[in-house]
Write a protein that binds this ligand. Structure first.
Ligand code: AP5
Length: 251
């Protein structure tokens, strides 16, 4: 199944409307993607969205889009500085940003959260928000990969400066080196993909985000997926896991 998704409401917040229609989707999925920086969550999110017709909601993308603002608020400025260093943005700021977009959580098209929650306190806040919106998570897909491969994925990542499409210098190279296939924009390396920021991000993941696996496993929402192989192979693995979870729930 595939359907058009539109992330305007997620990027703009407030009352922005999206064009999800209930008829377009027979079954809306509500999923969280977990996993270390660079494991391939964003890549899987895009493929899962095409397969499930569900919207890709990334908190990192919202911060990166906000970094283009002429005069960011002091809170946003300090968030962007933390991001550049590879540290987590404060729970308060992230949760209030998601709260402003809570309409996306009750969207009839479902959602695929990527990069949120990242701490147990964010996960508790998400559970409260979902309860208020009258919806529940179907599953949390947790991607796992050995550290060496993660560092290779992160250090080889290039992102389009215009449309933000993601490439990898060897695994997903563009047709013309340094140029986006989709819009012709220049490809750049993300500020936080440099070795010193990668180290800080991995440490933040181990300390703050890894405990989320226990949090979701206790409530039987966790599905662990091996992130080795091509993006398409990992997608198949993820869809298979989701199908078998859905079959278990039906019985
Ligand atoms: P965010 O944008 O969420 O980044 P991240 O979690 O660090 O994840 P990445 O985007 O780096 O990696 P990914 O797993 O999506 O991998 P990708 O698919 O691109 O967050 C950035 C920052 O924002 C945080 O550090 C923090 O400061 C802040 N932030 C955001 N949310 C927050 C929150 N909730 N709380 C606090 N702070 C928050 O793939 C990586 C590369 O590998 C690409 O080049 C890709 O082409 C390649 N690749 C993907 N899959 C494969 C494959 N199967 N084989 C080979 N190559 C592959």
């Amino acid at each position: 199944m595939s359907a058009q998704t539109n992330r305007a409401a997620w990027f703009q917040g407030g009352d922005a409307q999206c064009d999800a229609s209930p008829e377009a989707r027979a079954r809306a999925f509500r999923l969280v993607l977990l996993g270390p920086p660079g494991v391939g969550k964003g890549t899987q999110a895009e493929l899962l969205c095409q397969a499930l017709g569900t919207c890709h909601l990334s908190t990192g993308d919202v911060f990166r889009a906000a970094s283009c603002q002429q005069e960011p608020s002091p809170a946003l400025k300090s968030a962007l500085e933390a991001m550049r260093r590879g540290e987590l943005v404060s729970d308060g700021l992230v949760v209030s940003m998601v709260q402003e977009r809570s309409g996306c959580l009750s969207c009839c098209g479902g959602f695929l959260l990527d990069g949120f929650p990242r701490t147990v306190s964010q996960a508790e806040a998400l559970d409260e928000l979902l309860e208020q919106e009258g919806v529940a998570l179907d599953a949390v897909l947790s991607y796992e990969l050995p550290l060496g491969e993660i560092v290779d994925r992160l250090s080889g990542r290039r992102t389009c400066s215009k449309c933000k499409a993601v490439y990898h210098i060897t695994a997903r190279p563009p047709h013309r080196e340094g140029v986006c296939d989709l819009c012709g924009g220049g490809l750049i390396q993300r500020d936080d993909d440099r070795p010193d920021s990668i180290r800080v991000r991995m440490q933040a993941y181990e300390e703050s985000t890894r405990p989320l696996a226990d949090y979701y496993s206790r409530t039987d929402r966790l599905i662990t997926v091996a992130a080795e192989g091509t993006p398409e192979v990992i997608l198949e693995r993820s869809l298979k896991e989701l199908q078998s979870r859905a079959a278990q729930v039906r019985h």
